[in-house]
Design a protein around this ligand. Structure first.
Ligand code: SF4
Ligand code: SF4
Length: 521
């Protein structure tokens, strides 16, 4: 697709939302959201123990900042990542650190990770909170710093540290903040519930984010089928007198909630491969992230809890719960009446992008937007994988305009340069290609494997490159030292030669004087 000139792109980005567009591919899926929206939001009680993983953001794991036996207060920092405060992890309640242990951590890799295990004292006592009283007048840098200290990450599922995004947005210049409430994956309703029940905190978060990054307006994108949400958000906007915040309804097509897809719907522009929304003067954040920002700034509270949809036909009473990070998933399931007899599969996330968990003792993490339990009936019996028949269905539905069948072939044949050229990194793992493939090829599994391989190759190349740089630096140092030694030796020899010359000249002078004396006698 031909890209319009940059001036036209920027103009269209400035008018985001005034006209709606489409993105390539996608699927119309059954929503299955109503079942979890019938009961109001409820908080989970404190469990006997909380298991707080150190890895809850994209990137490397944080390090524990506490020791077994230590008392902690709610909201106190218990994990850190060097100077990168945006990756901090905080205590979900007050109590005692019982141990630091490797446990299952609800991660797509399925691997264990380090957790801080806290036994609550029941007091639920906050650490010293320092709200920013007058945020409307506060220095935007102070607001961004508070977002950093609160350990806020993108709560739509990507868990990218929000502080990094807002710092970048501030530097690049952003005119429009987009709040993503288009929760397009089936079954997940936590954002819908938040928008219905706490619209004021979303609007507050939007206004704070606007000030923190210097944006002139906010667009909140919601799905066209979220009737009650539209009303509640509009009322909150009116109450706040925020006439620079608009609500836009978008058609529900999966994966419309993907950042690049949503921007395309709102502007008609594609964010190019390797590009970012900031290139168009846009910043995209999830609605729940905006609420976390409001809590961090106005109340001084770090991110220690989130709304989780507990749903699926394997759950007796699906609903949305406000759960502390670190709460075992089984506690949430119990609060929803437990499993049905035919519950068969536990998934963290939705049916398209989620991943299966092997145990419900895994903890709630910042990325946990949904706990989905499918029944026997909903799970297709495993189908034998067949050869690709090149039907092109996967290409037709791919919202990232990729060629999934080609990528699959290249990954299987370890053709890593081609895999990069064909844009594997642009795959958002939406699962549309998997869904339509008549040959039952587990395409997304291959793409995840391919990404992991590329990452380790990059690390290996990085290591080899730094080893080469170190080797060359050592060789240069040795050569320099050798040259310096040679120079010193030469100087020493010259000094000795000069001394010998001086002695010789002195001896000759003495001899001359002596011979003159002898001649005079
Ligand atoms: S949908 Fe499946 S069978 Fe069809 S081209 Fe893609 S990978 Fe091949
Ligand atoms: S999983 Fe990746 S390749 Fe498949 S449809 Fe989604 S973006 Fe395209």
């Amino acid at each position: 697709m031909r890209r319009p000139p940059i001036s036209e792109q920027l103009e269209r980005a400035r008018n985001a939302g005034s006209q709606l567009h489409h993105f390539h591919g996608g699927l119309r899926l059954r929503h299955n959201k109503k079942i979890s929206c019938e009961l109001p939001l409820e908080a989970t009680p404190l469990p006997p123990r909380l298991f707080v993983p150190m890895l809850q953001h994209s990137g490397l794991s944080a390090e524990p900042a506490v020791k077994p036996g230590q008392q902690v207060l709610k909201g106190e920092r218990i994990g850190y990542f060097g100077v990168k405060e945006e990756m901090a992890v905080h205590a979900p309640t007050s109590g005692t650190v019982k141990l630091l242990a490797r446990r299952p951590i609800s991660h797509p890799s399925g691997e264990d990770g380090l957790c801080v295990v806290i036994e609550p004292d029941g007091l639920d006592q906050w650490t010293q909170l320092t709200p920013i009283e007058n945020w409307q007048e506060a220095d935007p840098a102070l607001l961004r710093q508070r977002i950093r200290e609160a350990g806020i990450v993108g709560l739509g599922g990507a868990v990218f540290p929000t502080a990094i995004k807002v710092d970048d947005a501030h530097l690049r210049g952003i005119h429009t903040l987009i709040l993503n409430g288009a929760e397009c994956e089936p079954y997940i309703s936590c954002d819908e519930m938040l928008m219905r029940e706490q619209p004021g905190s979303i609007i507050l978060g939007a206004r704070i984010l606007q000030r923190a990054i210097g944006a002139g307006r906010t667009l909140i994108a919601i799905e066209d089928q979220m009737g009650a949400v539209n009303e509640s958000l509009k009322a909150a906007v009116k109450e706040a007198g925020a006439d620079d915040i608009d609500i836009v309804k978008v058609t529900t097509i999966y994966p419309e909630g993907g950042e690049k897809q949503l921007i395309q719907v709102l502007t008609g522009l594609e964010v190019p491969s390797g590009g970012r929304p900031a290139d168009l003067g846009l910043l995209c954040q999830n609605v729940a992230t905006a609420t976390a920002v409001a809590n961090a700034v106005v109340e001084g509270k770090s991110l220690i809890e989130r709304i989780v949809t507990v749903t699926g036909s394997g759950i007796r009473q699906p609903r949305n719960l406000l759960a502390r990070i670190g709460t075992p998933i089984e506690n949430l399931v119990d609060q929803c009446g437990g499993y049905t007899e035919d519950a068969a599969r536990l998934i963290l996330g939705g049916p398209m992008m989620g991943y299966a968990l092997t145990s419900d003792s895994n903890p709630v993490i910042k990325a946990a937007n949904c706990i989905l339990v499918l029944s026997e009936l909903e799970i297709e019996p495993p189908q034998a994988e067949m050869p690709c028949i090149r039907c092109g269905e996967c290409v037709r539905v791919c919202p990232a305009l990729l060629l999934p069948q080609e990528l699959n072939w290249q990954i299987r044949n370890q053709q890593w340069e081609e895999v990069v050229d064909y844009g594997l990194k642009d795959c958002i793992e939406c699962g549309c290609c998997d869904f339509v493939c008549p040959s039952h090829i587990p395409l997304v599994d291959w793409f995840r494997y391919g990404k992991a391989e590329l990452k380790s190759l990059q690390i290996e190349r990085g290591k080899a490159e730094s080893a080469r740089v170190r080797f060359e630096a050592r060789e240069a140092r040795l050569a320099r030292e050798k040259q310096e030694r040679r120079q010193r030796l030469e100087q020493k020899k010259q000094g000795l030669r000069d001394q010998a010359d001086k002695k010789k000249k002195l001896a000759e002078a003495i001899e001359r004087v002596q011979s003159r004396k002898d001649g005079g006698k």
